[in-house]
Design a protein around this ligand. Structure first.
Ligand code: T5A
Length: 212
């Protein structure tokens, strides 16, 4: 891949809980690094010390009902910090950035899951990112029941993971709406298959998508 890859690509991985984002992000990193590419791994919400504090605020289970609008604004507040302090500087240096979630998650969770308007999210996206968006987004699709079963095996559930199954069906629909809006950017992979199958597909499709 070395000679033909554009420098400073922004690649994101999305999907509901337990889809295998972290596992496959590490896999993509190893493919790129074996090709001699420099890679920075990060995640959302989070990615910088301040944005990680916002993540903790967002994910901690609490008795107080959390306003969906407050949740949305905190996601974008963390993203503004992450973009300015970490993502853009790395891309400007020619480093590839791999992020565990980005703005598609806001459309899926706060738009699809919570029912906030797509237009409101779009306005915030414009304010925080202008036209900046990922070069490629890997969407791992898994049935919500299977995803939650994997997530539960990991132990204590965060505030989002305590939602009912219907919430995850709406999130999944939100993700598919994003794919329909910008199909060329997405690589959609069936994450219910064995890890071996999932990674074989990613390896094959990634090369096809990224190498000119
Ligand atoms: N959020 C985030 C919003 O609401 N709005 C936003 O704008 C943003 C950015 C963040 C939460 O914040 C919300 C969404 C989330 O609820 P998180 O930690 O980033 O939380 O996301 P989680 O989905 O909670 O992360 P998980 O760790 O649960 O899921 P992953 O990363 O998808 O899964 P992974 O790789 O850890 O794998 C889970 C288990 O499954 C196994 C793995 O080995 C692991 O044990 N596995 C497989 N097993 C069988 N077959 C396969 N193909 C497998 N792939 C993985």
């Amino acid at each position: 891949m070395r000679q033909t890859l554009k420098k400073g690509l922004f690649i994101t991985v999305e999907g509901i809980e337990g889809a295998g984002k972290t596992t496959n992000l590490n896999f993509i990193r190893s493919i790129l690094e074996e090709g001699g590419e420099e890679v920075l791994m990060t995640r959302e919400p989070g990615g910088t010390p301040m944005a990680e504090e916002v993540r903790e605020l967002l994910l901690r289970p609490r008795e107080e009902t959390v306003s969906s609008t407050a949740e949305l604004l905190l996601m974008f507040a963390a993203r503004a910090q992450h973009l300015e302090q970490k993502i853009r500087p790395a891309i400007d240096r020619g480093v590839h950035v791999l992020s565990d979630r980005f703005t598609d998650a806001t459309y899926a969770y706060q738009g699809g899951g919570r029912g906030l308007s797509w237009e409101m999210i779009h306005d915030l996206e414009k304010m925080v990112q202008a036209d900046f968006k990922p070069d490629l987004t890997l969407l791992l699709r898994i049935d919500p029941e299977a995803g939650m079963a994997r997530a539960r095996k990991r132990g204590a559930l965060d505030r989002f993971e305590q939602e009912k199954l219907e919430f995850y069906f709406r999130v999944q629909e939100g993700y598919m709406k994003r794919v329909a809006e910008d199909p060329g950017r997405f690589l959609v992979v069936d994450a219910q298959k064995s890890l071996e199958d999932v990674q074989a597909t990613i390896a094959q499709e990634l090369a096809a998508k990224l190498v000119s």
